[in-house]
Write a protein that binds this ligand. Structure first.
Ligand code: HXC
Length: 316
């Protein structure tokens, strides 16, 4: 029995190491956190319960049978944000560039299905080169399963995607059809394929940033709803967004205590909108004066700026 427990502990430790110390050091050098460090920041302290820790891929092609990692490049499970449950998956770039194998996809589908059954949001932390090329069509099939679940979960539970590295192929198509997409400036990318493949195929030279950086997607394409300066700020803002969302289509959004004593008559509202229609004014200033504690959480702040959208509270 002791041997078995020791073996289990050893396997769990191996699973925690992902693709190994060298690859993890490279990830840190690039200013990126590991898949598990990200979950620790996103979720309430000590709330994460991991599932499918010992899953390995089943492929025997291209020497893959000699390269197996417990967890197969994605950490999945459940945790809480401000005490409310969420389902999560976090891709590990240190294992085959976070690429999606058949089993990696099965792990993601499992948490998505459980989230739909229990009515809780799905938050995906994406750091993946897309379908695992060596596996061919079975990994593509894995994406088909995820895309189907994305469409079935739409309107049932919130789906939030956080893009935290160079994401390509299916690792982008799935986030793009979820409700909210977060990106990190200068370290996260969303494209059909990377600049090197583009150069080989079309001879066109294009930078990571122009092809699919946070600026490109939060300003030009509108695919990303939010872009922040670093991973920590990004994950803290995912927690902030969660404050405004219900857990599912039947649930009510979280309401906060509202102190009626803070109700005020703000004289600034009398003059903030100019009498003449050809004088400009800042609508965000108007919104702030109308909502609780002047807190307005803007969505798509830099895209299609002639309309302002976002979340705030009124009377809690
Ligand atoms: C297997 C992959 C991989 C992939 C990266 N890796 N993407 N392995 N399948 N899709 C591996 C690399 O071989 C490398 O392994 C390690 O991950 C890190 O990758 P690098 O290239 O060194 O990193 P970087 O320079 O940061 O570039 C990241 C990248 C680039 C931009 C994502 O790797 C890239 O362009 N990959 C190909 C992306 C792609 O074409 N994906 C589309 C898949 S098709 P080593 O061992 O050297 O460390 C798809 C379609 C789905 O997803 C459609 C469904 C219907």
């Amino acid at each position: 029995m002791h041997d078995k427990i020791a073996e289990l502990r050893e396997k769990r430790e191996l699973s925690r190491q992902g693709g190994g110390k060298d690859k993890l050091a490279k990830q840190h050098q690039q200013g990126k956190l590991s898949a598990r460090e990200r979950l620790e920041l996103l979720l309430d302290e000590g709330s994460f319960e991991e599932i499918d820790v010992f899953v390995k891929h089943r492929s025997k092609d291209f020497g893959l049978e000699k390269q197996t990692f417990y967890g197969d490049g994605v950490v999945t499970g459940f945790g809480t944000i401000e005490g409310r449950p969420v389902a999560v998956y976090s891709q590990d770039f240190t294992v085959f560039g976070g690429s999606l194998s058949e089993t990696h996809a099965e792990k993601i589908c499992k948490v998505m299905k459980m989230a739909m059954k229990t009515g809780i949001p799905v938050i995906g932390l994406n750091d993946s080169g897309g379908a695992r090329i060596q596996e061919g069509v079975v990994s593509l099939g894995g994406y088909a399963d995820i895309f189907l679940l994305n469409t079935l979960a739409s309107g049932v539970v919130p789906q939030i995607s956080v893009v935290l590295g160079p994401c390509a192929g299916g690792a982008v198509y799935s986030p793009a059809i979820t409700d909210f997409v977060f990106m990190v400036k200068n370290s996260s990318y969303m494209f059909v394929t990377g600049p090197n493949v583009v150069k080989t195929v079309t001879h066109e030279e294009v930078t990571f940033e122009d092809l699919g950086g946070a600026e490109t997607h939060s300003v030009k394409s509108g695919v990303a709803h939010f872009a922040f300066d670093n991973e920590i700020e990004t994950l803290m803002n995912v927690r902030h967004l969660m404050e405004y969302l219900p857990l599912n289509f039947k649930d009510k959004p979280l309401s906060k205590t509202f102190n009626k004593g803070t109700l005020r008559r703000d004289e600034r509202l009398n003059s903030i909108v100019p009498d003449t229609a050809n004088k400009p004014y800042d609508i965000k200033e108007v919104i702030k004066l109308l909502v609780d504690e002047e807190i307005f959480f803007e969505v798509h702040a830099n895209y299609a700026e002639n309309i302002v959208c976002g979340f705030a509270r009124m009377g809690g």
